[in-house]
Write a protein that binds this ligand. Structure first.
Ligand SMILES: Nc1ncnc2c1ncn2[C@@H]1O[C@H](COP(=O)(O)OP(=O)(O)OP(=O)(O)O)[C@@H](O)[C@H]1O
Ligand SMILES: [Mg+2]
Length: 345
């Protein structure tokens, strides 16, 4: 591996990644807020850490909080702290993340779903560097560099009135958008080897015997909707399941749920309800979807459901299935490949 770019734990040499890293280096020294946008598993948290460690605040604290995992009240008190007696059960004063991050950086993950109240308080901290603890009257001053992440398109949410546009303006002094893995083809095998070697080491294998050509093809062809986290899991799983630790890996286990005994689920997802209501009718029905949804995920889900049903109706014969869908044989194979459904035929 000659000119591979490798700094800290961020692996890759694609132009898309190198451009992001260059952007990160440029913006890191400023104390301005940064917004990191990217699909799940694209490395938002690693980029946030890098921003902090390349900044002048690197010796101060780097504090993280995932905003989507807490209720509005808990989130407010986690961010801004509370005074003793602020609410039932608040026996002692509690320092919020803003106070704990004073002088350093605060990484707020999954910011998109925060409530209006929290957004209003955030706006004020960014604007004036001050806030009050929950139940407190004293104004607390803080010097924090905010790094926020979201995997949704915040301008769209702001247009729909679900995210404060004035907060977005302030947070988005600059935005780093992470490329999905499928747009960084040349990084796939570099990352795969890196994760495989890590797993082999964990298993105390003397060496990692590499991937067979077929396994490489499979890794390169997959669409990686879960991005680098998915690749890491797939590779690590394939390494530890490799029956002969000295032979190259031939079996890539993309879907750990795949099993002939897999139960069919009775849960009705929104997409299925929608599809059921539209069955047999190309016209839109009156049954409305509960927005927001993830457009791409929703479409992918509909395509996979349709493909599975058509495959069944065509007795898993690709020619018959293609006819049922008014596709050419090659078109169908292309789509099946995209969703890793070729082995179902
Ligand atoms: N360039 C990279 N090199 C090595 N490992 C990476 C790289 N990018 C991401 N990873 C690894 O992939 C996994 C997912 O990264 P991370 O948690 O930063 O993604 P995320 O965008 O925050 O995902 P989510 O939206 O699901 O929270 C982590 O294990 C991380 O270490
Ligand atoms: Mg994350």
């Amino acid at each position: 591996m000659t000119n591979q770019f490798q700094q800290d734990n961020l692996i890759g040499q694609s132009n898309a990644l190198l451009e992001v890293l260059e952007h990160v280096s440029q913006i890191a020294p400023l104390s301005k807020p940064v917004l990191i946008i990217g699909e799940r598993g694209t490395g938002k948290e690693l980029i946030a850490e890098r921003l902090h460690f390349l900044s002048a605040r690197w010796e101060q604290s780097f504090i993280k909080l995932n905003c989507s995992s807490l209720s509005e009240n808990l989130l407010e008190s986690e961010l801004f702290g509370h005074d003793a007696g602020a609410f039932t059960g608040a026996n002692k004063k509690h320092l919020g993340r803003f106070e704990r991050a004073d002088g350093g950086s605060l990484f707020l993950d999954e910011l998109a779903n925060t409530s209006g109240l929290v957004q209003e308080k955030l706006l004020r901290v960014i604007e004036y560097g001050e806030f009050e603890r929950v139940g407190g009257s004293k104004t607390v001053r803080t010097d924090v560099r905010l790094i926020c992440a979201a995997n949704e398109d915040l301008p769209t949410l702001a247009e729909a009135g679900e995210f404060r546009a004035d907060l977005l303006d302030r947070l988005a002094f600059d935005v780093i958008t992470l490329p999905p893995l499928r747009h960084r083809q040349e990084d796939i095998m570099i990352l795969a080897e890196y994760f495989a070697i890590g797993m082999a080491r964990q298993l105390k294998h003397e060496l990692f015997p590499g991937f067979s050509p077929r396994a490489i093809q499979q890794l390169m062809d997959h669409n990686w909707p879960g991005n680098i986290r998915e690749l890491k899991n797939v590779v690590e799983r394939s390494v530890y399941r490799n029956p002969d630790i000295e032979a190259p890996i031939t079996n890539i286990v993309v879907d750990p749920f795949a099993s002939p005994y897999r139960p069919t689920t009775r849960v009705k997802t929104r997409a299925r309800q929608h599809q059921a209501s539209n069955q047999g009718s190309p016209e839109p029905s009156n049954n409305k979807i509960n927005f927001p949804i993830d457009f791409k995920e929703h479409c992918e889900y509909l395509e996979v459901t349709l493909l599975k049903q058509a495959l069944e109706a065509g007795q898993f014969n690709q020619k018959k299935t293609a006819e049922l869908l008014n596709l050419s044989y090659h078109q169908l194979r292309g789509i099946l490949k995209k969703y890793n459904l070729l082995d179902k035929t």
